[in-house]
Design a protein around this ligand. Structure first.
Ligand SMILES: Nc1ncnc2c1ncn2[C@@H]1O[C@H](COP(=O)(O)OP(=O)(O)OP(=O)(O)O)[C@@H](O)[C@H]1O
Length: 130
C-alpha cells in the first residue's frame, strides 16, 4: 500500500508478488468464468504445442483474457464497495468491464481460429485421408 521510493528491494518484490498471487487465487476460487478461462488457456497452449503452431499469439491471447477477467473482478469489487445500492454509473462500470472481457475473448477466439484451427484441421483431415 505504502511506497517510500527507496531502492529496489527483493523482499518488497516478493511481498508484492505474494499479494498478486493471493488475488489470482481468490479470483480462481470465486469466479467460475475465470476457472473456465484458465482451463481453456491450458487446452489452447497444449494444442498449440502439439500442433507446433506459433505459441506467442496464443500466450498473449490467454494472458489478455485472464488479465481482463481479473480487472473485471476488481472493478466489480470496487463498485460494490463504492455503490452498494443500485446506481446507473455502477451499471456502466460493471457492464463496460464485462464488455472488455467479451471483446478480449472474441479476439482470443479469432487468434485460435487463425493460428490453431488450420493446423488442427490439417492433422485431422490428413489423418483421415489415405
Ligand atoms: N450497484 C449496481 N447498480 C446498478 N446496476 C448494477 C449494480 N450491480 C450490478 N448491476 C447490473 O446488474 C446486472 C447484473 O449484475 P451482476 O453483478 O449480477 O452481473 P454478472 O455478469 O452476473 O456478474 P458476476 O460476474 O458476478 O456473475 C449487470 O448489468 C450489472 O451492470
Amino acid at each position: 500500500m505504502r511506497s517510500d521510493g527507496s531502492a529496489l528491494s527483493l523482499r518488497r518484490w516478493w511481498r508484492s508478488a505474494g499479494f498478486a498471487w493471493a488475488g489470482l487465487l481468490h479470483v480462481y476460487r470465486t469466479q467460475a468464468n475465470f476457472r473456465i478461462e484458465v482451463w481453456a488457456a491450458g487446452v489452447a497452449l497444449a494444442l498449440g504445442w502439439w500442433l507446433q503452431a506459433p505459441l506467442a499469439p496464443v500466450f498473449l491471447s490467454c494472458a489478455l483474457v485472464l488479465g481482463l477477467e481479473l480487472l473485471n473482478t476488481a472493478v466489480e469489487a470496487v463498485v460494490d464497495v463504492a455503490s452498494p445500492g443500485v446506481h446507473p454509473l455502477a451499471k456502466v462500470a460493471k457492464d463496460a468491464a464485462a464488455g472488455a472481457v467479451l471483446l478480449g475473448s472474441l479476439g482470443a477466439l479469432g487468434v485460435g481460429a487463425t493460428v490453431l484451427l488450420p493446423p488442427l484441421l490439417g492433422r485431422v483431415l490428413g489423418g483421415i485421408s489415405p
